[in-house]
Design a protein around this ligand. Structure first.
Ligand code: ATR
Length: 230
């Protein structure tokens, strides 16, 4: 009903936040290729005939934040992803396209990690494991927290020695204070520990481009949102 009212008021497009991305998938009339990959819709575009197109700009948003805003080159990195829900599904394709050395997905419910790795096996070899299996010798350059644990102020069950020197940790969630995962990263020697505020703004910028044909400048927006949280 809210979407219908928005369209009736000549709205051009909407962003959809966590928990509703699957419903958004169901509501739209057609899906972009990247929405199909993610099997979730975070961007609805209202077409001139009022039909609705579903897209997903989350992955591009995260990559833009990591690669452009923070100048971190993903190519050749060993990447660990925590979580195997919708948030992670949305970032996998653009992450693979950035050519990391390896991707490992760990999840509390390990079957979901295996399933997700299998779903993307046509694009890359992705390994999957349980949190307990992180106790092995493998260490990572980039650890992305795609679990919803931060929203509840919880930390995924991480073992201590998983970061390489100069590692970057990225929490897809953000908050008005350091998330528990960002705190964990700083306490365990990460050189860079980022939350997902930049990703939020970058996915919105890409959505805006789809609605209006103009890409907004993101840096002042990220700063303004950060200041408003302080
Ligand atoms: P979303 O669409 O936001 O990703 P989701 O599909 O419910 O939501 O996925 C949430 C993810 O966070 C899952 O990977 C979940 O693990 P399970 O699949 O085992 O449920 C993970 N998660 C949530 N709370 C967690 C916690 N406290 N510790 C570890 N993982 C957690």
């Amino acid at each position: 009903e809210a979407i219908k009212a928005f369209v009736d008021n000549k709205g051009r497009g909407l962003n959809i936040t966590v928990h509703f991305k699957q419903q958004a998938w169901d509501i739209v009339d057609n899906h972009s290729e990247r929405a199909k990959r993610a099997h979730a819709v975070n961007t609805i575009i209202v077409n001139p005939d009022n039909s609705l197109s579903g897209d997903n700009t989350d992955g591009l948003g995260m990559l833009a934040d990591i690669s452009t805003n923070h100048s971190i080159k993903i190519q050749g990195l060993d990447v660990l992803i925590l979580g195997a829900g919708g948030a992670v599904r949305g970032i996998l394709e653009p992450l693979i396209m950035a050519n990391p050395q390896s991707i490992n997905i760990v999840n509390r419910t390990v079957e979901r990690a295996h399933e997700l790795a299998k779903n993307f096996s046509d694009l890359a070899v992705i390994s999957s494991a349980s949190f307990e299996q992180l106790a092995g010798p493998q260490k990572y350059d980039l650890v992305i927290n795609g679990t919803s644990a931060s929203l509840a102020g919880e930390l995924p069950p991480l073992t201590n020695h998983i970061l390489k020197p100069n590692a970057c940790c990225y929490d897809m969630m953000y908050s008005d204070h350091k998330t528990v995962f960002v705190e964990w990263a700083l306490a365990h020697g990460a050189t860079t520990a980022l939350d997902g505020l930049g990703m939020l703004v970058e996915q919105a910028a890409e959505s805006f481009r789809l609605w209006r044909g103009v890409t907004p400048e993101t840096r002042p927006v990220i700063q303004a949102v950060r200041d408003s949280l302080a």
